[in-house]
Design a protein around this ligand. Sequence first.
Ligand code: GLU
Length: 482
Amino acid sequence: MSEVRVRFAPSPTGYLHIGGVRTALYSWLWARQNDGTFILRIEDTDRERSTEESIRIVLDSMRWLGLDWDEGPEVGGDHGPYVQSERLDIYADYAERLIQSGHAYRCYATKEEIAEAREAFKKTGAKGGFRFQSPWRDRTDPPEDPNARYVIRFRAPHEGSTGWDDEVKDRIDVPNETQQDFILLRPDGMPLYNFGCVVDDLTMGVTLVARGDDHVINTAPQILLYQALGAEHPKFAHMPMVLAPNGEKLSKRHAAVGVLEYRDMGYLPDAVLNYLARLGWSHGDQEIFTREELIEKFSWDRVGSTAGRYDSKKFLYVQEEHLRMLLDAEIARLAVPFLAEIGIDVAADDPVLLEAIPYVKPRAATLADVANAVSYFFGEVEFEEKGKRKFLVPENAENLLGLAELVQDVEPFEKGKLDEVVKSWLEANELPMKKVAQPARVAMTGRTRSPGLFEVMEVLGKDKTVERLRAAAELAASATAD
Ligand code: GLU
């Protein structure tokens, strides 16, 4: 097989949509599986939306996901620049070639003329969209004003049809009579999407173009451009859009769609990639894939032609599974910024943090959950109002104090020993476990749900355990019954 060269060509909009990421992912997997080249190209011809900031968001998102590019911004390569606004001379050159070969022409029609033609079209009551038929397609005389502004239009053929065998969909053929003389370059030298895309894919040696099927409509015009340039077109793979649960196109109204929102919620990049990979591609019944497995198993013929629907529960499940795959020390390292976020300044190798992770891991899905679940081991206890009102009441004060005194003498202060000592104390005093366990849990964690009592004690250590039980006993004694 010839070298695989694939690209991801986002138009920066202020966030990187997870649907776009899925497209990027499939191309990236294909490149990595075939020792090919993955190119990142920024399509920033919409100057209003393409701010430095929105380009940065694209790069940060790709870096966070670990979708590394072999050619592109900040990396370089032999086919640069990789930002469209820096390639205007290349587009001008290709537009000139098309003019020379008779496949394009300068159109001097003014806005007013086009508006008039549109009005006239409306009056005829004809069906279908308006297509401007420029008089300059056939005119050979120069414009009256030699400095008149012009656009460069493609001289689209009207006979025959244009088609391709899509890697995901069936064959698609489009009659050429539906094509219009679309604009290649604006007066300011900015390319329109179809032209910029073709010139770039051609000059960058792209062998397969993967993108959302909202672009199917652009593919025939693009193939016509390749033909006009005497070049072969790449393969095309058009993926169905990612849909919302209700079948609409997935947008901000339905879910978090920006990749970095998932980073901030504490998702892992590998979980995001796994979930997105499965949203439109399958490999038997397997749901959970490591990054390496995805690279190994991905194939275009298993990309479905029907749209996948976003399912937040399934996404969270995939995330949870990936969290379980990590080593505790790795979870601790990744949880540190989430702890900082809730005001807990702790190092990744903090022994208490490392000891706590195995106990909170089974109940956490995201890194934010992990941070939240270990937070009471550090700093002060914050009582949940409901638990405090129910359990830190006068009738429990004595037991809490008794427990504090009991555990004060336990050595070694570890869960097995604590379990043994506390249970015989309960028996001797004819106290049921549940009479003591919940008040003690609230005393030590501030919450009514936590890992096992003796596990919490062990991680907290003797001093803090005793201190918290005593403080809670006092609080309980002074609480007024409702
Ligand atoms: N900039 C286009 C987009 O973001 C790229 C489409 C393509 O991959 O050709 O939709």
